[in-house]
Each structure stands twice: as structure tokens, then as C-alpha cells.
Design a protein around this ligand. Structure first.
Ligand code: GH3
Ligand code: MG
Ligand code: MG
Ligand code: MG
Ligand code: MG
Length: 303
């Protein structure tokens, strides 16, 4: 883990600077530490971040159009971007102007003319913090075995999406998946092979949900959940069925199942505007669907 944090060669610093010469000088200072890209204006910087967020921004204050200070405030106000550390690099160095940078949410401040070693050290420090936070986030939101999102993240995401979809008066679909006869599988083939089967099932579920907002979670032991924002009854059932079909298609031998291969059952529920009071009710409904799929003979999806 710590080696990963020390190697910053993949980290990307975006230089926002209207002077071509300063862009060059800053870039040369960081050469060998990390990757560097540059834009000339605050507007371009925001567009750049929305497309591919860098790990750190070196921000000039006085730019052609929007000032660096305004850009910093805008970036700080965006949920998806406000974890990018911003360091001001400017000749506006009096105390009042520094205050404005801190108020805008900057993590650091460097006066021009630049002292190369100071720049490199500050950038290295903040890139390391950023990387550390990213890695910790990964550990806390992902399931170590199957590499899909974990239960903690599921609890956060379904609450967030439920509220968001309610606001936008759209549907949120939940699919609960449960591997059939998995206790018998473990008894027959051992837990290590059971773990491998779990990984395969997770992988194929991820493959079947390919819209960017759809996500797969390990809900518990051999149970997975899929969240599908803005998805109708038909759409959600189709996706659930495609996962059921694809798991069967993996053809993982299961001598203790009537299907001879590993299969899953799925319960589907769709939270339409005003139907469920809270996300717990929606999950309960998907659970009931899962129970029906099991009692109807397994290896199927039920809405
Ligand atoms: P059903 O078709 O009714 O779902 O039967 P089942 O045997 O799958 O259900 P049950 O709830 O009785 O058993 C679930 C099994 O899943 C028991 C447990 O050993 C196994 N399991 C849960 N988590 C893991 C894991 O991380 N690795 C392995 N190998 N097995 C696990
Ligand atoms: Mg300038
Ligand atoms: Mg289960
Ligand atoms: Mg069970
Ligand atoms: Mg099961």
C-alpha cells in the first residue's frame, strides 16, 4: 500500500496558466515526478476536469476570462470535483489575497517567482495525500474478494439514488441476486472454489449492466444487489434475466444442483415516483421477488 502511495508517476497535475513560458517552467519543474498537462484559461480548466479529473491543479490567479479564484470556487462547489487539491501559483501574494485563496478552498499557495524545490515538495505532498485518500476510499467501498462495491457503499448509494430519483420523479430499480444451493456447492467443492464461483458471478453481473450509472454490489455472503437508476419494470426485469442467463452460461459445474451448474435467482423491484415511502420498502419488495423466484424453482428472475 505504501509503495503505491510513493509512486506518483501516474498522477496527473493540471497547470492552469495563461503564460506559455510559465507553463513550460512549471512543467519542467515537475518533470520526473508526475504527469503534467496544461490549459490557458479557467473555462478550459473546468471542462478538462469534468472530462478527466486531474489529481492536482496548479492555478494561476489572473487569466484571460474567468479568474483562477472564481474557477477554484466553482470546482469546490461540484461534488464530483471538490476532492481535487488546488494550489495557487500567483504573484498576488499580499495577505488579503492569500485570505481569498484559502476562502475559495485552495489547499496551498505559492508566490511567483517560483522556487522549484518548494513547488516540487508541495506538489509531492498534496499528491500523496490525494493518493492516500483515493486508496482508502477504494478499500472502504469495494469488496475485497469480488471487487464489486460493498455493502457499506450500497447502503449509501441506494439512499442517495432513491432521494435523487424521487426529486427527479424517475424510477429506481433494485435487483437482488442470490446464488442457488451455494451451501451445497461449498460442501461439495470447498470454500476456495466457492470463492472463485463468487468472483465469476460478480464479474458476469458487472458485464451485463453496462450503462455508466448502473452498479453491482456484494450485498452479503452469496448475495449481490444491482442498482439501476431511471429504469422501468421491463428494463430491470430484462437485465435481471440477462444476469440469470449469463450465470447459467458460465457452466460452473454444481453436482448437487438439479441444474448441474451454478445458477442464481433474482428479485426485482422498481421504485416509481410515489410508490415507496423509503428505500427499505423498495429493497423489501426486491427481497420478496427473490423469495418468489426461489419458490418458483430457482434459476429465474421475478418482478
Ligand atoms: P438457496 O438456493 O436457498 O439460496 O440456498 P443456499 O445454499 O445458497 O443458501 P444458504 O443461505 O443456506 O447458504 C448460503 C451459503 O453461502 C452459505 C455460505 O457458506 C456461503 N457463503 C457465503 N459467503 C461466502 C463466501 O464468502 N465464500 C464462500 N465460499 N461461501 C460463502
Ligand atoms: Mg496569468
Ligand atoms: Mg442467501
Ligand atoms: Mg438463504
Ligand atoms: Mg443462496
Amino acid at each position: 500500500m505504501f509503495k503505491e502511495i510513493d509512486d506518483l508517476s501516474d498522477s496527473l497535475v493540471l497547470i492552469v496558466e495563461d503564460s506559455a513560458l510559465t507553463q513550460k517552467v512549471l512543467g519542467a519543474c515537475l518533470d520526473g515526478l508526475c504527469r503534467v498537462d496544461a490549459v490557458d484559461s479557467a473555462e478550459e480548466a473546468i471542462n478538462y476536469c469534468l472530462k478527466s479529473p486531474p489529481d492536482l491543479i496548479l492555478m494561476d490567479w489572473i487569466l484571460g476570462g474567468m479568474t483562477g479564484l472564481e474557477a477554484c470556487k466553482k470546482i469546490q462547489a461540484m461534488d464530483e470535483l471538490n476532492d481535487i487539491p488546488i494550489i495557487f501559483v500567483t504573484s498576488n501574494t499580499n495577505e488579503n489575497q492569500q485570505e481569498l485563496c484559502w476562502d475559495a478552498g485552495a489547499v496551498d499557495f505559492l508566490g511567483k517567482p517560483i522556487v522549484a524545490r518548494t513547488l516540487v515538495n508541495r506538489v509531492r505532498t498534496h499528491l500523496k495525500y490525494k493518493r492516500q485518500t483515493d486508496i482508502l476510499k477504494q478499500y472502504s467501498f469495494f469488496d475485497g474478494l469480488t471487487e464489486v462495491f460493498n455493502r457499506r457503499y450500497f447502503d449509501m448509494e441506494c439512499k442517495r439514488l432513491f432521494r435523487q430519483n424521487l426529486r427527479q420523479q424517475q424510477c429506481l430499480a433494485v435487483v437482488m441476486l442470490d446464488i442457488d444451493y451455494f451451501k451445497l456447492f461449498n460442501d461439495e467443492y470447498g470454500h476456495l472454489q466457492g470463492d472463485d464461483a463468487l468472483k465469476e458471478v460478480a464479474k458476469v453481473a458487472v458485464k451485463m449492466v453496462n450503462r455508466p450509472l448502473d452498479s453491482v454490489f456484494r450485498y452479503g455472503g452469496e448475495e449481490f444487489a444491482v442498482l439501476l437508476p431511471n429504469t422501468s419494470d421491463d428494463g430491470a426485469l430484462k437485465i435481471a434475466q440477462s444476469i440469470v442467463h449469463a450465470v447459467r452460461g458460465l457452466e460452473i459445474p454444481h453436482g448437487k444442483s438439479e441444474f448441474d451448474v451454478v445458477t442464481v435467482s433474482a428479485g426485482v423491484a422498481v421504485g416509481k415516483y410515489g410508490v415507496y415511502d423509503n428505500v427499505e420498502e423498495l429493497i423489501q419488495k426486491a427481497d420478496e421477488g427473490l423469495y418468489m423466484a426461489k419458490s418458483n424453482g430457482r434459476d429465474q428472475a421475478f418482478l
